[in-house]
Design a protein around this ligand. Structure first.
Ligand code: NAI
Length: 336
């Protein structure tokens, strides 16, 4: 039995090999492929029982059919978001798709707050200045977080973890979610989206990317925000229409922008392109703003998350080959 892993980085190999070595060596083997899983690379999964993919592997019906013809029975996502996999096509093929939900919501929430405070207090700029012996404070004025209103869009595991931290900072919290989570009410109040946008000094996105949330942040959304407010996205790039956000930054309607994800990230994130000319003009424009902070989809990247992701993914593989019910299945598959 084999689990073929794609889009692997050195830290994936380290954590997966460690957990695999403690429990699963006699059950199945692991193969690591640093490249993405596409129709061109799917052959590497021939004879594997399952493939394991990450956030930017896009598995449409074509790749899934190809994998199925090679004998692959399951797609294991080593992440929470599953917007990259055509679940309907997988279901039709009888393939199991499983993810790792809630591996460490605090790791993402803590990163969102780190981005808020970096952007607000401009520590990234101060760090660079001081290295050049420039101790001027001009242009580094931030605001006190205490007493500010933060709007949380999506009160799932990460949204609530974020609310809990910001409540500790003394922020007033508002939230919008079509399926409100009672736990949030300990920290703030639910409201409609327009009212949240009109009142919030900071808006943080924690909802999934789905057809109805794609480009949730568009011109109308941005114009409904309080002028000069901050927008934070640690969820999925496709939630934001990049052109609209660039226009809002240029007109000063949007005060600042923190991104851990970007809608065109597939072609650049997770690779070193420092010696290349990047063709994505929208990304390069975003990077040019002094009031925008862009990170390369790293909110999940803590030791605790990596350990939990490897443990859960390998447990799902074990459940699959032992014929047990997979706890995190996203498709319904008859037991083999
Ligand atoms: P979750 O499933 O626990 O919560 C998502 C919440 O969003 C739910 O309460 C849902 O009702 C709500 N929601 C759905 N549609 C909405 C809408 N139109 N407006 C407002 N809320 C809406 O998910 P969790 O674990 O909190 O993760 C949230 C997202 O964070 C994931 O979908 C994933 O895309 C992203 N993520 C990013 C990571 C990173 O490294 N940057 C790591 C892990 C997750």
């Amino acid at each position: 039995m084999k689990l073929a892993m794609f889009s692997t980085q050195a830290y994936d190999v380290k954590y997966f090999e460690h957990i695999h070595g403690t429990k699963f060596t006699s059950k199945f083997e692991l193969t690591f492929h640093p490249i993405r899983l596409t129709t061109d690379t799917a052959l590497l999964a021939k004879d594997a029982t399952a493939v394991c993919i990450f956030v930017n592997d896009v598995l449409g019906a074509d790749v899934l059919r190809q994998l199925h013809s090679y004998g692959v029975r399951a797609v294991l996502l080593r992440c929470a978001g599953y917007n990259g996999v055509d679940l309907e096509a997988a279901q039709d093929l009888g393939m199991l798709v499983a993810n790792v939900p809630g591996y460490s919501p605090e790791s993402i929430a803590e990163f969102a707050v780190a981005q808020i405070q970096t952007l607000n207090r401009k520590t990234h700029r101060a760090f660079n200045r001081v290295r050049e012996s420039n101790f001027s404070l001009n242009g580094l004025v931030g605001f006190t977080l205490h007493g500010k209103t933060v709007g949380i869009i999506g009160t799932g595991r990460i949204g609530v973890a974020c609310a809990k931290i910001l409540h500790g900072f003394g922020c007033r919290l508002l939230a919008y979610d079509p399926y409100p989570n009672e736990v949030f009410k300990q920290y703030g109040e639910f409201t409609d989206l327009d009212s949240l946008l009109a009142q919030s000094d900071i808006v943080s996105l924690h909802c999934p990317l789905m057809p109805n949330t794609k480009h949730l942040v568009n011109e109308k959304f941005l114009n409904s925000m309080k002028k000069g407010a901050m927008l934070v996205n640690t969820s999925r790039g496709g939630l934001i229409e990049t052109k609209a956000v660039i226009a809002a930054l240029k007109s000063n309607q949007l005060g600042s922008l923190a991104l851990d994800v970007y809608e065109g990230e597939e072609s650049v994130f997770y690779g070193d392109h420092s010696g290349e000319v990047i063709a994505d003009d929208l990304l390069m424009r975003l990077l040019s703003f002094p009031n925008a902070l862009v990170c390369g989809h790293q909110a999940f990247l803590t030791e605790e998350s990596l350990q939990e992701i490897a443990t859960t993914t390998l447990q799902t593989m074990d459940d699959l080959i032992e014929g047990r019910t997979c706890q995190h299945a996203l498709t319904k598959v008859p037991k083999s």
